[in-house]
Design a protein around this ligand. Structure first.
Ligand SMILES: CC(C)(COP(=O)(O)OP(=O)(O)OC[C@H]1O[C@@H](n2cnc3c(N)ncnc32)[C@H](O)[C@@H]1OP(=O)(O)O)[C@@H](O)C(=O)NCCC(=O)NCCS
Length: 194
């Protein structure tokens, strides 16, 4: 049965990671969401060092954050980053969690499952309510959030003319998962509120 895992990136995953990044570039996407800066990293090993530093970096505009690859059948299908707490920027715009799915793997339910697993990670970090945001015209992302129990608080206009929707997800609504690897069927049938 197909499984989706969130995996902390390792040096051994370089080839897959570069392929993941290149697919975005080939599709004309030069900003990859939830990737901890992989999209503009000079080299992979430096990026691994950077995301390790991110785990505890807590200064200026930075809060501690964990970046994961979402992996299905040894293929990286997405990236997702959990910020361990909010600052003013994250409260108004970025939220606790950012994510993206590679172009060839979209519309298969992966973002929905990635967010479900990330919410369980949030629980482990002691986050009781997760703020997840998206542009009001990003239908795929807002559907992903709503399917994971997101409740819209408000919409905030940004300086660039975009409008950010801010959703809160009560972590207590996410069923506790005993395994680090969960089946996609289990996610769909028992975790995601319909
Ligand atoms: C937004 C994104 C993460 C969605 O990933 P995904 O794996 O395709 O999402 P899912 O397959 O889990 O779909 C979630 C829901 O959104 C819907 N959806 C996804 N993409 C959609 C699109 N382009 N248009 C309309 N609906 C869409 C799906 O149908 C599903 O809803 P349903 O179950 O009610 O039918 C992906 O398109 C992406 O990486 N985009 C670029 C980066 C980005 O926008 N990240 C989020 C920033 S807030």
């Amino acid at each position: 049965m197909q499984q989706l895992k969130l995996v902390f990136p390792t040096l051994e995953m370089e080839k897959q990671a570069i392929d993941y990044r290149q697919e975005h570039f080939d599709s004309g996407e030069h900003e990859i969401h939830g990737d901890g800066g992989l999209d503009h990293a000079a080299n992979y090993s430096e990026w691994i060092g950077k995301i390790k530093t991110d785990l505890t970096r807590d200064e200026g505009t930075f809060v501690p954050a964990t970046t994961y690859f979402a992996v299905v059948d040894d293929r990286i299908v997405g990236t997702i980053q959990i910020r361990h707490k909010l600052n003013d920027f994250l409260l108004g715009y970025g939220g606790h969690i950012g994510y993206g799915v590679r172009p060839s793997e979209r519309r298969k339910g992966y973002a929905t499952k990635m967010l479900t697993v990330a919410l369980e990670k949030c629980r482990e970090l002691g986050i009781n309510r997760a703020l997840v945001t998206c542009d009001n015209d990003n239908i795929g992302s807002l559907r992903t959030i709503i399917k994971n129990g997101g409740i819209l608080e408000n919409e905030l206009p940004q300086e660039d003319g975009s409008v950010t929707q801010r959703y809160w997800i009560a972590i207590s609504s996410v069923k506790t998962l005993t395994s680090k690897t969960i089946t996609l069927r289990a996610v769909r049938e028992s975790v995601i509120p319909i």
